[in-house]
Design a protein around this ligand. Structure first.
Ligand SMILES: [Fe+2]
Length: 509
């Protein structure tokens, strides 16, 4: 009897989308990454309404296609003659601010100090907002006992718990350096559960800093407040900032060089386009002076179990060599800011340091600049906050209304919290006495990736961009129902404030 362990595993992964024919044995599948293969098979049968039969001949064809698409390629961009981009003819204007956490000695001390720092800074931002709802905000929770029952007060704290009561209300516990308080957000009746305050309260995340205005109820040891208002640190409402110069910024993320699913052909088209070799939107490409890349530059090694089966390049140094080969084909007058993501070869805990010389070797690309994750870069006077977006997974899980299909929804929620990673512990954070994920500077542009899905929005005058990916749909995404938008490049014209999405899937070279 031929061995069928791998074939059975494949059949399970396909989950009825295609039936694995009995002529397929483990010999046909040995050494093939089942994750990407599943994605390719699902793509192949995806358009049919009923399950297909995967026989040996079809399997061989799909594996062939997969291998052809996965070969690392060497770009050979030739600059088009007569291509004279306007962006070439003026000096670049940028300033980088990387975030470097200080080292701590005691993990316990730093944990307490970290939360104290988070509370102090975000509470100050709430007070600085000069919001009428925070007028007369009292100093700390312990002072609540000085006020009588029924008195309206405003108080801030870190959320340490949130639950639904059996009567359909939301009960949150907030904490500061002096004590705890319980806050009730009344659902009133079933019909009124949709009231604005209750809807807002349903979005409360643990570990975030909020202020509430409400009436003191009872006189128990732990103050109990019935809320009538919920206040976030938030960012002020401004007009979107424009530049005098007519330039453009292109945004990329999640390139995943080294993955079998890296879309090298589409990336090659992008490189050709940057060189003026594609007769499409030349008016736009001529203005691109800056590119920011928000992490997952390469696919990495050992990021998840058995990842080696999904790699076309299984050496991290070679992955970065190919990445730099690609970036070196982009004209030198374009300044490229790169930061790591959770797949890159630096520590997972955030803030992540910029890529070290040990990974990128002695290669000196004068126009490639290294940023921490998160990191700020001010371009032509516009403050760009770039962050890979690892925390967006936990925000989407926690906040009703946020979804993988609309990355901008979760990005707006983190801006309102003035914190890039509100829920502590779901993604690793560097132990530090200072909370480095607080958004202390209000950005003009907030750029993220990680979700492999394009998204765009304006929130209070800040442009929000999620730049999608350059990796095809992975089996993990198939399993979780996520539909990525690969090889679609957002480009922002900073003078006219126009945003374009360039689709390299259909563009012919
Ligand atoms: Fe990614």
């Amino acid at each position: 009897m031929p061995d069928k362990t791998i074939a059975t595993d494949l059949a399970k992964r396909l989950n009825g989308i295609a039936l694995v024919s009995s002529d397929i044995t483990d010999e046909d599948l040995r050494g093939i990454g089942l994750e990407p293969l599943t994605a390719y098979i699902v793509d192949f049968y995806g358009k049919e309404k009923r399950p297909g039969i995967l026989d040996r001949t079809t399997l061989a064809k799909i594996i062939d296609d997969m291998r052809n698409e996965s070969l690392p390629f060497q770009p050979e961009a030739v600059r088009a003659s007569g291509f004279s981009p306007t962006a070439k003819h003026f000096d670049a204007d940028y300033r980088i601010r990387s975030i470097v956490p200080e080292k701590t000695t005691s993990a316990v001390d730093s944990f307490a100090a970290y939360f104290r720092n988070r509370l102090d800074r975000l509470r100050a931002m709430i007070q600085d907002g000069r919001n009428s709802r925070t007028f007369g905000m009292i100093n700390n929770i312990a002072s609540v006992e000085r006020y009588v029952e029924g008195r309206e007060i405003c108080i801030a704290g870190i959320v340490n718990e949130k639950s639904a009561t059996k009567n359909g209300h939301i009960l949150a516990t907030i904490e500061d350096e002096t004590g705890l308080a319980k806050i009730l957000f009344v659902g009133k009746s079933q019909k009124d559960n949709e009231s604005a305050l209750f809807t807002e309260a349903s979005k409360i995340m643990t570990d975030e800093v909020i202020a509430v205005r409400g009436k003191i109820s009872g006189s128990g040891k732990v103050p109990f407040i019935i809320a009538n208002s919920l206040i976030y640190p938030d960012i002020p409402i401004r007009n979107r900032k424009q530049t005098d110069k007519d330039v453009a910024i292109a945004f990329l993320s999640d390139i995943h060089v080294g993955s079998k699913l890296f879309l090298d052909k589409q990336f090659n088209r992008f490189v050709e386009w940057m060189n003026g070799n594609v007769d499409y939107r030349k008016d736009l490409v001529e203005k691109i002076k800056y590119i920011t890349i928000a992490g997952d530059l390469v696919d990495g090694i050992g990021v998840y179990p058995n990842q080696d089966r999904e790699l076309s390049i299984d050496d991290i140094y070679k992955q970065y060599t190919v990445l730099l080969d690609l970036l070196s084909e982009i004209p030198e007058y374009v300044h490229i800011f790169v930061m790591p993501g959770n797949h890159d070869g630096v520590q997972r805990a955030e803030p992540q340091p910029s890529l070290p010389a040990s990974l990128i070797g002695e290669r000196e690309l004068r126009n490639v600049h290294l940023l921490s994750n998160p990191g700020y870069v001010t371009i032509e006077g516009l403050k760009v906050l770039a962050y890979h977006g690892t925390s967006l997974d936990s925000v989407i899980q926690a906040v009703p209304g946020c979804s993988y299909s609309k990355p901008e929804t979760a990005m707006i929620e983190v801006l309102r919290r003035r914190h890039l990673s509100p829920i502590y512990g779901d993604n690793p954070i560097v132990p530090s006495r200072k909370d480095n994920m607080v958004i202390d500077d209000v950005p003009d542009i907030l750029h993220m990736g990680h979700l492999h899905k394009n998204g765009i929005a304006d929130y209070h005058g800040t442009l929000i961009v999620n730049s999608g990916t350059w990796q095809a749909r992975t089996a993990y995404q198939v399993k979780n129902g996520h539909i990525p938008t690969p090889a679609i490049l957002p480009v922002y014209e900073t003078k006219t404030m126009g945003i374009s999405h360039i689709d390299f899937n259909s563009m012919m070279v």
